[in-house]
Design a protein around this ligand. Sequence first.
Ligand code: ADP
Length: 362
Amino acid sequence: MSEVLVEKVYKKYGLTEVLHGIDLEIPKGQLTVLLGPSGCGKSTLLRMIAGLEDISGGTIRIAGRKVNDIDPSNRGCAMVFQNYALYPHQTVRKNLAFPLKMAGVPKSEIERQVQATAAVLHIDMLLDRLPRDLSGGQRQRVAMGRAMIRNPDVFLFDEPLSNLDAELRVKMRLEISRLQADLNATVVFVTHDQVEAMTLAHRIVVMRDGHIEQAGTPLEVYNAPQTKFVAGFLGSPAMNFLPVGDVSQDGGQSKVTLTDGTILVSPILVPQATRTIGIRPQALSAGRHADQIQIDLKQANELGVEHLGDRAFRYVSAPFGELSLLVEEPAGAGSQSDLAMSVHAKDMQFFDADDRAVEAAG
Ligand code: ADP
């Protein structure tokens, strides 16, 4: 069941259209991540759900009710911001109580709800502290508590972790996942960080230039990207793209000529429409392996090796661009004398002239 339903939603700032007819269902009890590069419209969409931006066209429903003209405070959404937006000079108790006080809830009822919320979040022993005396994780829980206390249908997170250092970020990701699961909350989470999206989301919605490029589980978007953009946006280092000049079929196998003249012979049929072959660096290995497709680049230069301790990535420049591949650490790293590489046929992805994925025939 969808908790938030976005139908043909447009957003214009003056004459400039920044969202071009978004259709999206946010399932109840799941964490949905809106992912995409800066400026693609993620925050605008989130703020329209919250009611902080007008809707130029289309409909937004929350819990079955059309909310286009409903005040933000009555939409059943609670927003959790990047800096938590806690009141620094007020205790945790007062921070939690604030939304209820604003709503005119009687004092005794406020105290009861503050206690109940604090108990769920395991912050009951922190109620008399000030925000500055809390850890980052505790502050995040207070911010969640302040959002929860209004019993919202949907939690909206706008890049809440982007100001934190790497270690705290990982901790907070786990904390948010745990809270979401404990509360069975419906969460919409905006980020431009693909690792954050992969680790947190039940469902990832990849956005680009004001439209949705693909939506699916993290593994669906990673393993079966529908476009070259999605393929290139998820994964680190980014997927390698080999530009294709020509594909010919020859008795059950395909001969692919790359634009630099390099020839690949594939035991599976490469679709005729293929204009780009995508290969993840982790699937591309150095050297010639008999059971794999061999790629002997016509011209290429070694750019260097990035050592990560347990593994290393080798970077190579070819006439059509840079390639990266996984190499064994430490033995194989840097010891390659030629630029041969291999890939299993099943690890190639094919994209047509419009950068849309095309399936291999057999
Ligand atoms: P994201 O969250 O993906 O970084 P935004 O939703 O913030 O992207 O912005 C989407 C587009 O809308 C951008 O091109 C941005 O410049 C534009 N935009 C955002 N807010 C405004 C505004 N108040 N006035 C005009 N343009 C805006």
